[in-house]
Design a protein around this ligand. Structure first.
Ligand code: DOR
Ligand code: ZN
Length: 463
């Protein structure tokens, strides 16, 4: 007898869609059959008219645990993941203490494990010569990839990000120079894992910001954009591609915001460079024009830009230039997010809106149903080393499943978010289509947006 049967749904992978019954036994996918007959199972879910995806994955989550648990913690962020139809997340390494070596990795893994409502993998952080010699041991611990915040100054003691850099601050490590960044690429290349970069050029931003009387323009989104233009992204992406070419590192460009970047990636790939990219719903659904309506909650780094940037990003999903879409879940409190655009921190919640917004994109004809499986399941797992255990519907793999109803209407209400900080630019948005079941290793963890397992049952997934 099987533990769970999901019958009559349409199974969706990047390669195909087919009506089938899918059976789970001992947390694994045990059988996939046609729908003409059924075998016995402990629980049966009728998915008639619905779509059965490999569990959705979010590779880009900042849960602030530890360091800033007043903003968010892993207990709440993973509940947000459950509510949002996700079954695996990748936790970013810029916590306190930061994940920079084996010791901090093991401590953070134990910390996260006790609170995880979904399965999780972990990132390692690159802080230049401060931990170049630890990347190999981090790789052996099983990090999915290495993150480098190119262009960010960091706190001397904690390596926390400095959102608004003041060069006269003695407690800060200035952004690493390009020579030191090259050494990071060399070291990550030796591990064979991807180096994923935040791409903004600090020197350019510093220069442009110095020319602006920020107190005068503190509520002008246009002024923020003028200080952090697409050029800041383009400069870093181009340098990174040269570094990847030279060192053989696998380069991944995080949260792409600029229209130029997808074309740079296409060209580099044609030239044989190993480079991939991702973007986030805020770059796909928002532009500068939304600032008047949304206000400072829209602020993130890199910033949301113009309509032509948004159009180019949709195009780069449609033609498979980008590999995945993720939330960059980066909560701050409402109080912190209120004030001068040049002083408040960047980022917003994203875990609960990622999947609904990408399902909406299918309904809007921006991507197709199979591309949704590519962007939210298969590629995230493949790129960061957890495929086919995650991201597939293959026999014998973890029975992680997200069932999608493309017709169900859903309205974003940030007050109902599971996160500690309830801040999104999408509050009040009406979305057509959303996940209706979340299944983690065969256990139903979400039904119609309601969390059905109170105990944290997530496991660490070694990449
Ligand atoms: O807006 C952002 N917030 N961008 C980042 O790169 C970091 C993030 C955060 O951690 O707050
Ligand atoms: Zn991020």
């Amino acid at each position: 007898m099987y533990d769970l049967l999901i019958k009559n749904g349409i199974l969706v992978t990047p390669a195909e869609s087919m009506k089938a019954n899918i059976y789970v036994k001992d947390e694994k996918i045990a059988a996939i059959t046609d729908t003409s007959s059924v075998m016995e199972a402990g629980r049966v879910i009728d998915a008639e008219g619905r779509y059965v995806y490999p569990g959705f994955i979010d590779t880009h989550v900042h849960s602030r645990d530890g360091g800033a648990t007043y903003k968010e913690d892993f207990f709440h962020s993973t509940r947000a993941a459950v509510a949002g139809g996700l079954t695996t997340i990748f936790e970013m390494p810029n916590a306190v203490p930061a994940v920079v070596d084996k010791e901090s990795f093991e401590a953070q893994k134990a910390n996260l494990l006790s609170k995880a409502h979904v399965d999780f993998a972990m990132w390692g952080l690159c802080v230049g010569r401060l931990n170049n010699d630890k990347l190999r041991e981090l790789s052996e611990c099983g990090v999915g990839a290495f993150k480098f915040f190119w262009g960010y100054a960091i706190d001397k003691k904690t390596y926390s990000l400095i959102y608004n850099y003041d060069p006269s601050d003695p407690n800060v490590i200035p952004p690493f120079d390009d020579g030191e960044v090259y050494s990071i690429f060399e070291e990550v290349a030796k591990t064979g894992k991807p180096i994923a970069i935040h791409a903004e050029n600090a020197d350019l931003i510093k220069e442009l910001t110095a020319n602006v009387d920020v107190s005068k323009y503190e509520n002008e989104f246009e002024a923020l954009l003028a200080c952090r233009p697409s050029l800041a992204e383009v400069l870093v992406v181009n340098t990174a591609i040269e570094y990847a070419k030279d060192t053989g590192a696998r380069l991944h460009i995080l949260h792409i915001s600029a229209k130029e970047t997808p074309e740079i990636i296409r060209k580099a790939r044609r030239g044989g460079v190993s480079v991939t990219g991702e973007t986030c719903p805020h770059y796909l659904y928002l532009t500068d024009k939304d600032y008047d309506r949304i206000g400072s909650m829209i602020k993130c780094y890199p910033p949301v830009r113009y309509q032509e940037d948004q159009d180019a990003l949709w195009e780069s999903l449609k033609d498979d230039t980008l590999s995945l879409v993720c939330s960059d879940h980066a909560p701050h409190t409402k109080e912190e997010k209120t004030g001068s655009l040049f002083k408040i921190p960047s980022g917003m919640c994203g875990l609960e809106t990622l999947a609904p917004l990408m399902i909406q994109a299918v309904n809007d004809g921006r991507i197709d149903k199979n591309q949704l499986a590519r962007l939210m399941s298969e590629e995230p797992a493949k790129m960061f080393g957890i495929y086919p255990q995650k991201g597939s519907l293959e026999l014998g793999t973890d029975a992680d499943i997200t069932i999608v109803d493309f017709d169900k209407e859903y309205e974003v209400d940030q007050e109902k978010f599971q996160s500690v900080s309830k801040v999104t630019a999408f509050d009040g948005m009406k979305i057509k289509g959303c996940p209706v079941y979340g299944i983690l290793r065969g256990h139903v963890i979400m039904e119609n947006g309601v969390i059905t397992e109170d105990e944290p049952m997530g496991r660490f997934i070694k990449a």
